[in-house]
Design a protein around this ligand. Sequence first.
Ligand SMILES: CC(C)(COP(=O)(O)OP(=O)(O)OC[C@H]1O[C@@H](n2cnc3c(N)ncnc32)[C@H](O)[C@@H]1OP(=O)(O)O)[C@@H](O)C(=O)NCCC(=O)NCCS
Length: 196
Amino acid sequence: MDTGKAEAIGDEVRYYQRWTLKRIFCYVLYLFFAKHLPSANQLSFVGKYSNILRGVLCRNLFLESAKIVRVGKGVDFDNGCFVVMKDHANIGDDSLLGGPYAKIIIGKHVMIGKRCILINQNHKYLVEGFAGKEGKDIVIDNYAWLGHQVTILPGVRIGQHAIVGAGAVVSRSVPDYAIAVGNPARIVKFRNEETI
Ligand SMILES: CC(C)(COP(=O)(O)OP(=O)(O)OC[C@H]1O[C@@H](n2cnc3c(N)ncnc32)[C@H](O)[C@@H]1OP(=O)(O)O)[C@@H](O)C(=O)NCCC(=O)NCCS
């Protein structure tokens, strides 16, 4: 679904939301109601459907979203117009997805744990007063898994079937099938491609 559009201002690219009535309705409903409904861990039956409801609302806000996606309680994503979410992707409770200066692409069947931070933009720190922002896309590729409280920094790609351990801070891309842990995240082993 084409909800957002990239706009170039000088050397800055920024995604922006075209606010239709439907989108305003979905945003308000998400922000003041659906975002606060229980998570699947708190009340499994209600939580399961809350995650689906949040996913349905997000479909109208994100740059692109598949039909079946799950969004946990308290997930924060600015207005969402820079987020791409593919089939059966799952964002854990209280996670934070950066801002509109680059895309965040979440592949199919990706699992994102609780309280993860995917931050895709920086203040221009070489300029006085930090005037302006610049972003680099984040990609969490198909079937990857981020444990709880993982931080992903701008420009990082997490490869297909890769795992990032709980609490990691990832500043460099992680190849397919790798398991990376720690701060800064380092690869400790690879999953066996043949058994997956
Ligand atoms: C990444 C993970 C899957 C690896 O599990 P594992 O294969 O059993 O890993 P191991 O116990 O063999 O650990 C390998 C090494 O990495 C270290 N390590 C593992 N997980 C780590 C983590 N999260 N942070 C820092 N170091 C970690 C271990 O201490 C070990 O180091 P050593 O070889 O120096 O002793 C697991 O540790 C993890 O973090 N899981 C996420 C849990 C989670 O968030 N669940 C929420 C559900 S969404």
